[in-house]
Design a protein around this ligand. Structure first.
Ligand code: NAD
Length: 507
Protein backbone atom coordinates (compact mmCIF):
# COMPACT_ATOMS: atom_id res chain seq x y z
CA UNK A 1 0.00 0.00 0.00
CA UNK A 2 1.32 3.40 -0.99
CA UNK A 3 0.76 5.69 2.01
CA UNK A 4 1.76 9.34 1.65
CA UNK A 5 3.26 11.08 4.71
CA UNK A 6 1.78 13.53 5.15
CA UNK A 7 -1.38 13.02 3.09
CA UNK A 8 -1.46 16.29 1.11
CA UNK A 9 -4.16 18.67 -0.02
CA UNK A 10 -4.81 18.89 -3.75
CA UNK A 11 -5.30 22.44 -4.96
CA UNK A 12 -5.36 23.60 -8.59
CA UNK A 13 -3.80 20.37 -9.82
CA UNK A 14 -0.96 20.35 -7.26
CA UNK A 15 -0.40 18.20 -4.18
CA UNK A 16 0.51 20.55 -1.40
CA UNK A 17 0.94 20.83 2.37
CA UNK A 18 -0.89 23.33 4.56
CA UNK A 19 0.09 26.97 4.28
CA UNK A 20 1.23 26.89 7.93
CA UNK A 21 2.73 23.39 7.66
CA UNK A 22 0.27 21.93 10.21
CA UNK A 23 -0.57 18.22 10.19
CA UNK A 24 -2.69 15.85 12.25
CA UNK A 25 -2.15 12.20 13.15
CA UNK A 26 -4.03 9.42 11.39
CA UNK A 27 -4.65 6.15 13.26
CA UNK A 28 -5.17 2.57 12.07
CA UNK A 29 -8.34 1.36 13.84
CA UNK A 30 -7.15 -2.23 14.19
CA UNK A 31 -4.19 -1.15 16.35
CA UNK A 32 -4.70 2.56 17.04
CA UNK A 33 -1.14 3.18 15.93
CA UNK A 34 -0.39 6.45 14.18
CA UNK A 35 0.42 5.26 10.67
CA UNK A 36 0.73 8.60 8.94
CA UNK A 37 -0.16 12.28 9.19
CA UNK A 38 -2.39 14.42 7.05
CA UNK A 39 -2.08 18.08 6.14
CA UNK A 40 -4.33 20.03 8.52
CA UNK A 41 -6.06 22.64 6.39
CA UNK A 42 -6.88 26.06 7.75
CA UNK A 43 -8.57 29.15 6.39
CA UNK A 44 -5.65 29.94 4.05
CA UNK A 45 -5.83 26.50 2.43
CA UNK A 46 -9.59 26.72 2.00
CA UNK A 47 -9.13 30.20 0.50
CA UNK A 48 -6.61 28.83 -2.01
CA UNK A 49 -8.82 25.86 -2.92
CA UNK A 50 -11.93 28.01 -3.34
CA UNK A 51 -9.99 30.52 -5.46
CA UNK A 52 -8.82 27.67 -7.74
CA UNK A 53 -12.35 26.30 -7.99
CA UNK A 54 -13.76 29.76 -8.70
CA UNK A 55 -11.21 30.46 -11.39
CA UNK A 56 -11.87 27.05 -13.02
CA UNK A 57 -15.57 27.84 -12.91
CA UNK A 58 -15.33 31.37 -14.28
CA UNK A 59 -12.73 30.93 -16.97
CA UNK A 60 -12.07 27.20 -17.35
CA UNK A 61 -13.58 24.79 -19.88
CA UNK A 62 -15.45 22.47 -17.49
CA UNK A 63 -18.75 24.35 -16.98
CA UNK A 64 -18.88 25.21 -20.69
CA UNK A 65 -18.19 21.74 -22.09
CA UNK A 66 -20.85 19.82 -23.95
CA UNK A 67 -22.47 17.25 -21.68
CA UNK A 68 -21.12 14.47 -23.90
CA UNK A 69 -17.54 15.69 -23.40
CA UNK A 70 -17.95 15.86 -19.64
CA UNK A 71 -19.52 12.40 -19.71
CA UNK A 72 -16.50 11.00 -21.53
CA UNK A 73 -14.24 12.18 -18.71
CA UNK A 74 -16.68 10.89 -16.07
CA UNK A 75 -16.62 7.47 -17.75
CA UNK A 76 -12.82 7.49 -17.74
CA UNK A 77 -12.98 8.28 -14.01
CA UNK A 78 -15.34 5.31 -13.54
CA UNK A 79 -12.93 3.03 -15.42
CA UNK A 80 -10.06 4.20 -13.22
CA UNK A 81 -12.04 3.69 -10.02
CA UNK A 82 -13.01 0.18 -11.06
CA UNK A 83 -9.42 -0.67 -11.91
CA UNK A 84 -8.20 0.17 -8.39
CA UNK A 85 -10.72 -2.06 -6.64
CA UNK A 86 -8.02 -4.09 -4.93
CA UNK A 87 -5.92 -1.09 -3.85
CA UNK A 88 -8.97 0.85 -2.66
CA UNK A 89 -10.46 -1.97 -0.62
CA UNK A 90 -7.13 -2.62 1.11
CA UNK A 91 -6.75 1.07 1.91
CA UNK A 92 -10.34 1.54 3.01
CA UNK A 93 -10.25 -1.51 5.23
CA UNK A 94 -6.94 -0.42 6.80
CA UNK A 95 -8.01 3.18 7.37
CA UNK A 96 -11.65 2.71 8.44
CA UNK A 97 -11.57 -0.76 10.04
CA UNK A 98 -14.19 -2.10 7.60
CA UNK A 99 -13.93 -5.81 6.82
CA UNK A 100 -12.03 -6.05 3.55
CA UNK A 101 -14.74 -8.14 1.88
CA UNK A 102 -17.25 -5.35 2.52
CA UNK A 103 -14.81 -2.66 1.41
CA UNK A 104 -14.55 -4.42 -1.96
CA UNK A 105 -18.00 -3.55 -3.29
CA UNK A 106 -17.32 0.13 -2.58
CA UNK A 107 -15.17 0.71 -5.68
CA UNK A 108 -17.76 -0.79 -7.99
CA UNK A 109 -20.48 1.34 -6.45
CA UNK A 110 -18.34 4.46 -6.61
CA UNK A 111 -17.58 3.78 -10.30
CA UNK A 112 -21.28 3.22 -10.95
CA UNK A 113 -22.05 6.68 -9.58
CA UNK A 114 -19.82 8.29 -12.23
CA UNK A 115 -21.26 6.14 -15.04
CA UNK A 116 -24.79 6.85 -13.89
CA UNK A 117 -24.39 10.64 -13.86
CA UNK A 118 -22.46 10.54 -17.15
CA UNK A 119 -25.45 8.79 -18.72
CA UNK A 120 -27.90 11.11 -17.04
CA UNK A 121 -26.37 14.36 -18.31
CA UNK A 122 -26.12 13.01 -21.84
CA UNK A 123 -29.77 11.92 -21.81
CA UNK A 124 -30.95 15.01 -20.00
CA UNK A 125 -33.69 17.13 -21.51
CA UNK A 126 -35.21 20.22 -20.02
CA UNK A 127 -38.68 21.65 -20.08
CA UNK A 128 -40.01 24.08 -22.68
CA UNK A 129 -43.51 25.55 -22.69
CA UNK A 130 -45.22 27.21 -25.58
CA UNK A 131 -48.06 29.69 -25.24
CA UNK A 132 -49.36 29.53 -28.81
CA UNK A 133 -48.75 32.68 -30.77
CA UNK A 134 -47.47 34.56 -27.73
CA UNK A 135 -44.56 33.10 -25.88
CA UNK A 136 -41.99 30.37 -25.67
CA UNK A 137 -40.54 29.60 -22.26
CA UNK A 138 -37.64 27.22 -21.82
CA UNK A 139 -35.39 26.04 -19.03
CA UNK A 140 -31.74 26.97 -19.41
CA UNK A 141 -29.88 24.64 -17.05
CA UNK A 142 -26.56 25.93 -15.75
CA UNK A 143 -24.07 24.72 -13.16
CA UNK A 144 -24.49 26.60 -9.88
CA UNK A 145 -20.82 27.36 -9.26
CA UNK A 146 -18.38 26.25 -6.57
CA UNK A 147 -19.68 23.36 -4.48
CA UNK A 148 -18.30 22.60 -1.02
CA UNK A 149 -18.54 18.87 -0.28
CA UNK A 150 -18.17 17.72 3.33
CA UNK A 151 -18.18 13.98 3.95
CA UNK A 152 -18.13 11.49 6.85
CA UNK A 153 -15.82 8.61 7.65
CA UNK A 154 -18.14 5.69 6.98
CA UNK A 155 -17.45 4.20 3.52
CA UNK A 156 -15.66 7.48 2.80
CA UNK A 157 -14.58 6.98 -0.82
CA UNK A 158 -17.99 5.74 -1.93
CA UNK A 159 -19.81 8.56 -0.14
CA UNK A 160 -17.45 11.10 -1.71
CA UNK A 161 -18.34 9.67 -5.13
CA UNK A 162 -22.03 10.31 -4.38
CA UNK A 163 -21.34 14.00 -4.25
CA UNK A 164 -18.45 14.31 -6.69
CA UNK A 165 -20.19 12.53 -9.56
CA UNK A 166 -23.35 14.70 -9.78
CA UNK A 167 -21.50 17.91 -8.91
CA UNK A 168 -18.97 17.36 -11.71
CA UNK A 169 -21.59 16.01 -14.12
CA UNK A 170 -23.61 19.16 -13.60
CA UNK A 171 -20.57 21.32 -14.45
CA UNK A 172 -19.74 22.62 -10.97
CA UNK A 173 -16.23 22.91 -9.64
CA UNK A 174 -15.66 21.52 -6.15
CA UNK A 175 -13.75 21.67 -2.91
CA UNK A 176 -13.93 18.40 -0.99
CA UNK A 177 -13.27 18.27 2.75
CA UNK A 178 -13.11 14.58 3.71
CA UNK A 179 -13.54 13.30 7.26
CA UNK A 180 -10.46 13.66 9.42
CA UNK A 181 -10.67 10.11 10.84
CA UNK A 182 -10.26 8.60 7.35
CA UNK A 183 -8.34 10.79 4.89
CA UNK A 184 -6.40 8.01 3.14
CA UNK A 185 -8.66 6.88 0.30
CA UNK A 186 -9.62 10.45 -0.66
CA UNK A 187 -5.99 10.96 -1.65
CA UNK A 188 -6.64 8.61 -4.59
CA UNK A 189 -8.98 11.09 -6.28
CA UNK A 190 -6.15 13.42 -7.31
CA UNK A 191 -4.48 10.72 -9.41
CA UNK A 192 -7.75 9.40 -10.80
CA UNK A 193 -9.05 12.81 -11.84
CA UNK A 194 -5.82 14.05 -13.34
CA UNK A 195 -5.31 10.83 -15.36
CA UNK A 196 -8.90 10.99 -16.59
CA UNK A 197 -8.30 14.49 -17.95
CA UNK A 198 -10.30 16.61 -15.52
CA UNK A 199 -8.98 20.16 -15.93
CA UNK A 200 -6.93 21.54 -13.02
CA UNK A 201 -8.89 23.48 -10.44
CA UNK A 202 -12.16 21.64 -11.08
CA UNK A 203 -11.51 19.25 -8.20
CA UNK A 204 -9.77 20.49 -5.07
CA UNK A 205 -9.31 18.69 -1.79
CA UNK A 206 -8.47 20.14 1.61
CA UNK A 207 -7.90 17.77 4.51
CA UNK A 208 -8.49 18.98 8.03
CA UNK A 209 -10.51 19.13 11.17
CA UNK A 210 -14.23 19.80 10.72
CA UNK A 211 -14.42 22.76 13.07
CA UNK A 212 -11.52 24.44 11.24
CA UNK A 213 -11.33 23.46 7.56
CA UNK A 214 -14.98 22.41 7.27
CA UNK A 215 -16.12 25.55 9.04
CA UNK A 216 -14.03 27.79 6.76
CA UNK A 217 -15.53 26.10 3.70
CA UNK A 218 -19.09 26.53 4.95
CA UNK A 219 -18.54 30.20 5.75
CA UNK A 220 -16.56 31.05 2.62
CA UNK A 221 -18.39 33.80 0.69
CA UNK A 222 -17.35 32.38 -2.69
CA UNK A 223 -18.81 28.92 -2.12
CA UNK A 224 -22.31 28.64 -3.58
CA UNK A 225 -23.46 25.27 -2.28
CA UNK A 226 -22.74 22.95 0.59
CA UNK A 227 -23.49 19.26 0.31
CA UNK A 228 -23.00 17.70 3.72
CA UNK A 229 -23.26 14.16 5.04
CA UNK A 230 -22.70 13.60 8.72
CA UNK A 231 -24.24 13.86 12.14
CA UNK A 232 -27.47 15.75 12.74
CA UNK A 233 -25.84 18.03 15.32
CA UNK A 234 -23.11 19.01 12.81
CA UNK A 235 -25.77 19.51 10.15
CA UNK A 236 -27.65 21.96 12.37
CA UNK A 237 -24.50 23.96 12.97
CA UNK A 238 -23.70 24.06 9.25
CA UNK A 239 -27.27 25.10 8.50
CA UNK A 240 -26.84 28.10 10.80
CA UNK A 241 -23.36 28.93 9.54
CA UNK A 242 -24.42 28.80 5.88
CA UNK A 243 -27.42 31.06 6.43
CA UNK A 244 -25.45 34.28 6.18
CA UNK A 245 -24.41 33.47 2.62
CA UNK A 246 -27.84 31.95 1.78
CA UNK A 247 -26.02 28.94 0.36
CA UNK A 248 -27.84 26.02 -1.22
CA UNK A 249 -27.80 23.09 1.22
CA UNK A 250 -28.16 19.37 0.89
CA UNK A 251 -28.06 17.59 4.23
CA UNK A 252 -27.81 13.83 4.65
CA UNK A 253 -27.86 13.33 8.41
CA UNK A 254 -28.16 10.67 11.08
CA UNK A 255 -30.67 7.87 11.48
CA UNK A 256 -32.20 5.43 13.93
CA UNK A 257 -34.12 3.35 11.48
CA UNK A 258 -36.74 0.80 12.47
CA UNK A 259 -37.28 -2.67 11.02
CA UNK A 260 -40.87 -3.81 11.66
CA UNK A 261 -41.19 -7.58 11.72
CA UNK A 262 -44.76 -8.85 11.66
CA UNK A 263 -45.69 -12.38 12.71
CA UNK A 264 -46.73 -13.32 9.16
CA UNK A 265 -43.29 -12.42 7.72
CA UNK A 266 -40.74 -14.81 6.33
CA UNK A 267 -38.81 -14.89 9.62
CA UNK A 268 -35.69 -16.48 8.13
CA UNK A 269 -35.40 -13.70 5.56
CA UNK A 270 -36.19 -11.03 8.16
CA UNK A 271 -33.48 -12.42 10.45
CA UNK A 272 -30.85 -12.46 7.70
CA UNK A 273 -31.70 -8.96 6.63
CA UNK A 274 -31.95 -7.35 10.06
CA UNK A 275 -28.66 -8.96 11.13
CA UNK A 276 -26.92 -7.73 8.00
CA UNK A 277 -28.71 -4.39 8.28
CA UNK A 278 -27.11 -3.47 11.58
CA UNK A 279 -23.87 -5.46 11.70
CA UNK A 280 -22.55 -5.01 8.16
CA UNK A 281 -20.12 -2.09 7.75
CA UNK A 282 -19.47 -2.50 11.50
CA UNK A 283 -22.88 -0.99 12.19
CA UNK A 284 -21.42 2.33 11.04
CA UNK A 285 -24.07 2.93 8.43
CA UNK A 286 -26.64 5.69 8.35
CA UNK A 287 -29.48 3.42 7.20
CA UNK A 288 -28.74 0.67 9.76
CA UNK A 289 -31.86 -1.09 11.06
CA UNK A 290 -30.76 -0.34 14.60
CA UNK A 291 -34.23 -0.70 16.14
CA UNK A 292 -36.07 -3.94 15.45
CA UNK A 293 -39.75 -3.96 16.35
CA UNK A 294 -41.19 -7.46 16.48
CA UNK A 295 -44.81 -8.63 16.82
CA UNK A 296 -45.25 -10.24 20.22
CA UNK A 297 -46.40 -13.68 19.04
CA UNK A 298 -43.01 -14.31 17.38
CA UNK A 299 -40.96 -12.05 19.64
CA UNK A 300 -39.33 -14.64 21.91
CA UNK A 301 -38.41 -16.88 19.01
CA UNK A 302 -37.03 -13.96 17.03
CA UNK A 303 -34.95 -12.61 19.93
CA UNK A 304 -33.49 -16.05 20.71
CA UNK A 305 -32.53 -16.75 17.10
CA UNK A 306 -31.22 -13.23 16.59
CA UNK A 307 -29.02 -13.37 19.70
CA UNK A 308 -27.64 -16.76 18.73
CA UNK A 309 -26.69 -15.55 15.25
CA UNK A 310 -25.21 -12.28 16.59
CA UNK A 311 -23.04 -14.21 19.03
CA UNK A 312 -21.70 -16.26 16.10
CA UNK A 313 -20.63 -13.26 14.02
CA UNK A 314 -16.90 -13.30 13.40
CA UNK A 315 -15.25 -10.20 14.82
CA UNK A 316 -11.62 -9.66 13.93
CA UNK A 317 -8.88 -8.16 11.82
CA UNK A 318 -10.48 -6.09 9.05
CA UNK A 319 -7.91 -7.47 6.57
CA UNK A 320 -9.01 -11.08 7.19
CA UNK A 321 -11.51 -12.15 4.49
CA UNK A 322 -13.38 -14.24 7.08
CA UNK A 323 -14.11 -11.20 9.28
CA UNK A 324 -17.73 -10.04 9.40
CA UNK A 325 -17.33 -7.17 11.89
CA UNK A 326 -14.01 -5.32 11.98
CA UNK A 327 -12.69 -2.49 14.15
CA UNK A 328 -14.64 0.70 14.79
CA UNK A 329 -13.17 3.70 13.09
CA UNK A 330 -11.43 5.53 15.93
CA UNK A 331 -10.83 5.16 19.69
CA UNK A 332 -13.03 8.20 20.42
CA UNK A 333 -15.90 6.63 18.53
CA UNK A 334 -15.22 3.24 20.14
CA UNK A 335 -15.48 4.84 23.57
CA UNK A 336 -18.72 6.55 22.61
CA UNK A 337 -20.27 3.28 21.42
CA UNK A 338 -19.04 1.44 24.53
CA UNK A 339 -20.69 4.18 26.59
CA UNK A 340 -24.03 3.35 24.93
CA UNK A 341 -23.50 -0.34 25.60
CA UNK A 342 -23.04 0.40 29.31
CA UNK A 343 -26.10 2.66 29.32
CA UNK A 344 -28.09 -0.07 27.58
CA UNK A 345 -27.27 -2.56 30.32
CA UNK A 346 -29.29 -0.45 32.76
CA UNK A 347 -32.09 0.22 30.28
CA UNK A 348 -32.84 -3.18 28.76
CA UNK A 349 -31.99 -6.90 28.70
CA UNK A 350 -28.60 -7.74 27.18
CA UNK A 351 -28.89 -10.93 25.10
CA UNK A 352 -25.63 -10.90 23.11
CA UNK A 353 -22.26 -9.16 23.17
CA UNK A 354 -21.90 -6.25 25.56
CA UNK A 355 -18.20 -5.44 25.38
CA UNK A 356 -14.83 -6.04 23.79
CA UNK A 357 -14.25 -9.60 22.53
CA UNK A 358 -11.73 -11.35 24.81
CA UNK A 359 -9.49 -12.44 21.95
CA UNK A 360 -9.00 -8.83 20.74
CA UNK A 361 -7.37 -6.84 23.55
CA UNK A 362 -6.21 -3.97 21.29
CA UNK A 363 -7.90 -1.91 18.61
CA UNK A 364 -11.46 -0.65 18.48
CA UNK A 365 -13.30 -3.95 18.64
CA UNK A 366 -16.77 -4.60 19.99
CA UNK A 367 -18.81 -7.79 20.01
CA UNK A 368 -22.12 -7.47 18.14
CA UNK A 369 -24.42 -6.36 20.93
CA UNK A 370 -28.12 -7.10 21.17
CA UNK A 371 -30.54 -5.62 23.69
CA UNK A 372 -34.09 -6.96 24.02
CA UNK A 373 -37.18 -5.53 25.74
CA UNK A 374 -35.95 -2.03 25.02
CA UNK A 375 -38.48 0.63 26.10
CA UNK A 376 -39.11 3.56 23.78
CA UNK A 377 -37.81 5.97 26.41
CA UNK A 378 -34.37 4.31 26.51
CA UNK A 379 -31.44 6.27 25.16
CA UNK A 380 -30.41 3.19 23.16
CA UNK A 381 -33.84 3.35 21.47
CA UNK A 382 -33.76 7.09 20.79
CA UNK A 383 -30.15 7.97 19.98
CA UNK A 384 -27.99 7.05 17.02
CA UNK A 385 -25.17 4.78 18.23
CA UNK A 386 -23.51 4.12 14.85
CA UNK A 387 -21.95 0.84 15.83
CA UNK A 388 -22.79 -2.89 16.07
CA UNK A 389 -25.52 -2.41 18.67
CA UNK A 390 -29.22 -3.15 18.16
CA UNK A 391 -32.37 -2.56 20.22
CA UNK A 392 -35.26 -5.05 19.95
CA UNK A 393 -38.74 -4.09 21.16
CA UNK A 394 -42.05 -6.01 21.06
CA UNK A 395 -45.36 -4.66 19.73
CA UNK A 396 -48.95 -5.93 19.74
CA UNK A 397 -50.77 -4.05 16.97
CA UNK A 398 -50.00 -2.37 13.65
CA UNK A 399 -50.77 1.00 15.22
CA UNK A 400 -48.34 0.39 18.05
CA UNK A 401 -45.65 -0.73 15.59
CA UNK A 402 -46.02 2.46 13.56
CA UNK A 403 -46.15 4.61 16.68
CA UNK A 404 -42.92 3.06 17.99
CA UNK A 405 -41.28 3.38 14.58
CA UNK A 406 -42.04 7.10 14.43
CA UNK A 407 -41.33 7.97 18.05
CA UNK A 408 -37.76 9.20 17.47
CA UNK A 409 -36.38 12.43 16.07
CA UNK A 410 -34.93 10.68 12.99
CA UNK A 411 -36.61 9.68 9.73
CA UNK A 412 -34.04 8.23 7.38
CA UNK A 413 -35.08 4.65 6.54
CA UNK A 414 -37.59 1.98 7.52
CA UNK A 415 -37.91 -1.73 6.77
CA UNK A 416 -41.19 -3.67 6.81
CA UNK A 417 -41.37 -7.45 6.98
CA UNK A 418 -44.82 -8.94 6.33
CA UNK A 419 -46.52 -11.19 3.79
CA UNK A 420 -49.73 -9.16 3.95
CA UNK A 421 -49.63 -6.92 0.90
CA UNK A 422 -52.19 -4.40 2.17
CA UNK A 423 -50.46 -4.08 5.52
CA UNK A 424 -47.08 -3.66 3.83
CA UNK A 425 -48.21 -0.64 1.81
CA UNK A 426 -50.26 0.91 4.59
CA UNK A 427 -47.47 0.62 7.13
CA UNK A 428 -44.83 1.83 4.66
CA UNK A 429 -46.96 4.90 3.97
CA UNK A 430 -47.32 5.67 7.70
CA UNK A 431 -43.62 5.39 8.52
CA UNK A 432 -42.00 8.80 8.79
CA UNK A 433 -38.89 8.05 6.76
CA UNK A 434 -37.40 9.17 3.48
CA UNK A 435 -36.94 5.58 2.32
CA UNK A 436 -38.79 2.36 3.11
CA UNK A 437 -37.89 -1.17 2.04
CA UNK A 438 -40.60 -3.86 2.07
CA UNK A 439 -39.37 -7.44 2.52
CA UNK A 440 -36.01 -6.24 1.35
CA UNK A 441 -32.59 -5.45 2.49
CA UNK A 442 -31.22 -1.97 1.78
CA UNK A 443 -30.68 -2.04 -1.97
CA UNK A 444 -31.31 1.00 -4.09
CA UNK A 445 -31.45 1.80 -7.75
CA UNK A 446 -29.44 4.97 -8.39
CA UNK A 447 -32.45 6.62 -10.04
CA UNK A 448 -34.52 6.64 -6.87
CA UNK A 449 -34.51 9.41 -4.27
CA UNK A 450 -32.14 9.14 -1.33
CA UNK A 451 -32.54 11.18 1.82
CA UNK A 452 -34.23 11.55 5.15
CA UNK A 453 -37.04 13.52 6.75
CA UNK A 454 -37.26 15.04 10.25
CA UNK A 455 -33.79 15.19 11.84
CA UNK A 456 -32.33 12.91 9.16
CA UNK A 457 -31.94 15.46 6.44
CA UNK A 458 -32.92 18.23 4.18
CA UNK A 459 -33.45 17.76 0.46
CA UNK A 460 -33.21 14.55 -1.48
CA UNK A 461 -30.41 13.30 -3.66
CA UNK A 462 -30.53 10.49 -6.22
CA UNK A 463 -31.03 10.60 -9.97
CA UNK A 464 -32.22 13.91 -11.36
CA UNK A 465 -32.64 15.29 -7.85
CA UNK A 466 -28.86 15.39 -7.44
CA UNK A 467 -28.42 17.18 -10.76
CA UNK A 468 -31.14 19.65 -9.79
CA UNK A 469 -29.18 20.51 -6.67
CA UNK A 470 -25.96 21.25 -8.54
CA UNK A 471 -27.62 23.16 -11.39
CA UNK A 472 -29.76 26.27 -11.73
CA UNK A 473 -32.84 26.08 -13.87
CA UNK A 474 -33.04 29.52 -15.35
CA UNK A 475 -36.35 30.28 -17.06
CA UNK A 476 -36.02 32.08 -20.38
CA UNK A 477 -39.14 33.71 -21.84
CA UNK A 478 -39.34 34.78 -25.50
CA UNK A 479 -42.11 36.67 -27.20
CA UNK A 480 -43.40 35.02 -30.35
CA UNK A 481 -44.85 37.38 -32.94
CA UNK A 482 -45.68 40.93 -31.92
CA UNK A 483 -44.42 42.50 -28.74
CA UNK A 484 -47.32 43.53 -26.54
CA UNK A 485 -46.35 46.00 -23.89
CA UNK A 486 -48.82 48.11 -21.99
CA UNK A 487 -48.15 51.61 -23.27
CA UNK A 488 -47.78 53.48 -19.99
CA UNK A 489 -47.94 57.20 -20.52
CA UNK A 490 -49.47 56.72 -23.95
CA UNK A 491 -52.97 55.83 -22.87
CA UNK A 492 -52.48 52.52 -24.59
CA UNK A 493 -53.53 49.93 -22.01
CA UNK A 494 -56.04 47.55 -23.54
CA UNK A 495 -57.59 45.26 -20.96
CA UNK A 496 -59.08 43.10 -23.72
CA UNK A 497 -55.69 42.23 -25.22
CA UNK A 498 -55.37 38.44 -24.79
CA UNK A 499 -51.65 38.81 -24.19
CA UNK A 500 -52.12 40.88 -21.05
CA UNK A 501 -54.73 38.62 -19.52
CA UNK A 502 -52.46 35.65 -20.26
CA UNK A 503 -49.31 37.42 -19.12
CA UNK A 504 -50.84 38.44 -15.81
CA UNK A 505 -51.53 34.82 -14.96
CA UNK A 506 -48.05 33.77 -16.09
CA UNK A 507 -46.24 36.19 -13.84
P1 NAD B 1 -19.63 14.38 11.58
O1 NAD B 1 -20.84 15.22 11.53
O2 NAD B 1 -18.86 14.32 12.84
O3 NAD B 1 -18.59 14.80 10.46
C1 NAD B 1 -18.93 14.82 9.09
C2 NAD B 1 -18.02 15.79 8.37
O4 NAD B 1 -18.30 17.11 8.84
C3 NAD B 1 -16.54 15.56 8.61
O5 NAD B 1 -15.82 15.81 7.40
C4 NAD B 1 -16.20 16.62 9.64
O6 NAD B 1 -14.85 17.01 9.61
C5 NAD B 1 -17.10 17.75 9.19
N1 NAD B 1 -17.40 18.75 10.24
C6 NAD B 1 -17.47 18.57 11.57
N2 NAD B 1 -17.77 19.73 12.18
C7 NAD B 1 -17.92 20.66 11.21
C8 NAD B 1 -18.24 22.05 11.22
N3 NAD B 1 -18.46 22.72 12.35
N4 NAD B 1 -18.32 22.70 10.03
C9 NAD B 1 -18.11 22.03 8.88
N5 NAD B 1 -17.78 20.72 8.81
C10 NAD B 1 -17.69 20.04 9.97
O7 NAD B 1 -20.12 12.92 11.13
P2 NAD B 1 -19.26 11.60 11.13
O8 NAD B 1 -19.12 11.16 12.54
O9 NAD B 1 -18.07 11.77 10.27
O10 NAD B 1 -20.24 10.60 10.34
C11 NAD B 1 -21.21 9.83 10.95
C12 NAD B 1 -22.57 10.49 10.81
O11 NAD B 1 -22.90 10.64 9.43
C13 NAD B 1 -23.69 9.66 11.39
O12 NAD B 1 -24.57 10.49 12.08
C14 NAD B 1 -24.38 9.08 10.16
O13 NAD B 1 -25.72 8.72 10.33
C15 NAD B 1 -24.22 10.20 9.20
N6 NAD B 1 -24.37 9.71 7.83
C16 NAD B 1 -25.51 10.01 7.15
C17 NAD B 1 -25.70 9.53 5.87
C18 NAD B 1 -26.94 9.86 5.10
O14 NAD B 1 -26.93 9.70 3.89
N7 NAD B 1 -27.99 10.33 5.73
C19 NAD B 1 -24.70 8.74 5.27
C20 NAD B 1 -23.56 8.44 6.00
C21 NAD B 1 -23.40 8.94 7.28
Amino acid sequence: MNIPDPIPHYIDGERTGSADGATFDVLAPATNEVYTRAAAGGRADIDAAVAAARSAFTTGPWPRMKNRERARILNRIADAVESIDEELSTMESFDTGLPVTQAKGQARRAAENFRFFADLVVAQSDDAYKVPGMQLNYVNRKPVGVAGLITPWNTPFMLESWKLAPALAGGCTVVLKPAEFTPLSASLWARIFSEAGLPDGVFNLVNGIGEVAGDALVKHPDVDLISFTGETSTGKLIFANASDGLKGLSMELGGKSPALVFADADLDAALDSTLFGVFSLNGERCTASSRILVERSVYDEFVARYAERAANIKVGDPADPATEVGALVHPEHHQRVLGYVETGKSEARLVAGGGRPEHLPDGNYLSPTVFADVPRTARIFQEEIFGPVVAITPFDTDDEAVDLANDVQYGLAGYVWTNDLRRAHKVADRIEAGMVWINSHNVRDLRSPFGGVKASGLGHEGGYRSLDFYTEQQAVHITLGDVHTARFGAGGYNDQDPFFSGARSLR
